[in-house]
Design a protein around this ligand. Structure first.
Ligand SMILES: NC(=O)c1ccc[n+]([C@@H]2O[C@H](COP(=O)([O-])OP(=O)(O)OC[C@H]3O[C@@H](n4cnc5c(N)ncnc54)[C@H](OP(=O)(O)O)[C@@H]3O)[C@@H](O)[C@H]2O)c1
Length: 321
């Protein structure tokens, strides 16, 4: 629900002006690409200090030592389990989270750079030891940094103080998953202690090209790597609170492996649609479940700001087969 300071990657504030959507009209199918969209309310992109309105809050986790400002903006206490994997996405009302390979910073286009979304993204990043993304998301957001202040600079001091009180490093480490090793090793997001989890073949592609500040972690000879191995490797690095900002293919595997503990989902008040020419991704891609093995969620919190909904779910990971 939160970041493109560009992922939900949801996007940076630098993207905040790109609020247009292309309305694609086909004979029998309609979709709404990102260049013609209805204008966002002016306040959505200009209100730097949103105050989220709490509609439901059934969260039972112990509260973090947030500043009074963060408590006011978020609409109350916030905390995460000591060890957890959480996901953060922004979606249109019709379930679109990515507009397709031609669009960089899809998340920002979908969220309209809503400051409430950026606030939640910032809060989650400020809480995380590591931000875990797939290589597709890294490629789609070439200029992004996955830090709290990059997405919500208005609370930079509050986020820094929160990390200090939580005993976190200055910034979460960026961890990227790639099978092929086809990534920009000089991406600015990686240059502050980044981690690359890959196959042995991917490591061959990357070895000798990465900077001294980036760590390469080959995790097996197969065509892909196991999500359990990625999480174990992150825990070995001391990363107990891991935030994934997608994309849908990576998160699909994390859900299939029953590793996801919580989902923070921003619902943006917009419809994008899909068509055969513009298939577009939903929250989870590459895996599907039936009625009996669907990943069940429990609603923990609902907040509201300017027509946007900020949902927090816990995943019933332990009870699933
Ligand atoms: N709305 C939102 O909140 C949001 C959030 C995040 C992303 N997005 C959007 O989603 C789109 C990208 O999503 P995506 O699903 O295409 O990409 P993705 O999930 O970010 O990354 C997929 C890539 O990750 C690597 N990977 C995934 N599973 C792997 C495994 N088990 N072993 C090894 N490598 C693995 C592969 O990289 P290689 O191809 O390098 O081998 C794969 O192609 C972008 O448009 C982005 O803007 C939106």
């Amino acid at each position: 629900m939160v970041s493109t300071a560009n992922t939900h990657t949801h996007g940076d504030l630098a993207d905040a002006g790109s609020n247009s959507f292309d309305w694609v009209d086909e004979a029998s199918e309609e979709s709404f690409p990102a260049s013609d969209a209805p204008a966002w309310p002016a306040s959505a992109s200009t209100q730097a200090r949103p105050q989220l309105q709490v509609l439901v809050d059934a969260n039972r986790v112990a509260a973090y030592p947030l500043s009074a400002t963060l408590i006011r903006l978020y609409g109350g206490d916030f905390g995460l389990p000591t060890t957890c994997l959480i996901a953060n996405f922004v979606s249109s009302v019709d379930g679109v989270v990515a507009l397709g390979p031609d669009h960089e910073h899809s998340g920002s286009a979908i969220s309209g750079a809503n400051p409430g979304d950026h606030l939640v993204m910032g809060l989650l990043r400020a809480s995380a030891d590591a931000v875990l993304i797939g290589a597709g998301t890294l490629r789609a957001t070439p200029d992004h940094r996955w830090t709290a202040e990059a997405i919500y600079p208005a609370a930079t001091n509050e986020f820094r103080e929160l990390r200090r009180r939580l005993g976190r490093a200055d910034h979460p480490r960026l961890a990227v998953v790639t099978a092929r090793g086809d990534i920009d090793v000089h991406h600015p997001g990686l240059n502050d202690g980044g981690l690359i989890f890959t196959t042995d073949a991917g490591a061959e592609q990357l070895r000798g090209r990465i900077g001294a500040n980036v760590s390469l972690r080959p995790l097996g000879r197969g065509p892909t790597i196991e999500m359990h191995a990625v999480l174990d490797a992150l825990r070995d690095e001391g990363c107990n609170v891991v935030l994934t900002e997608g994309g849908p293919r990576l998160v699909g595997q994390l859900v299939r492996a029953r590793l996801l503990d919580e989902l923070f989902l921003t619902i943006s008040p917009v419809l994008f649609g899909r068509s055969s020419a513009t298939p577009r991704e939903g929250l989870i891609e590459g895996v599907s479940f039936g009625a009996s093995d669907a990943a069940k969620l429990d609603l923990r919190s609902v907040r509201h700001h300017l027509g946007y909904l900020f949902l927090r779910y816990s995943c019933r990971t332990r009870s699933l087969p």
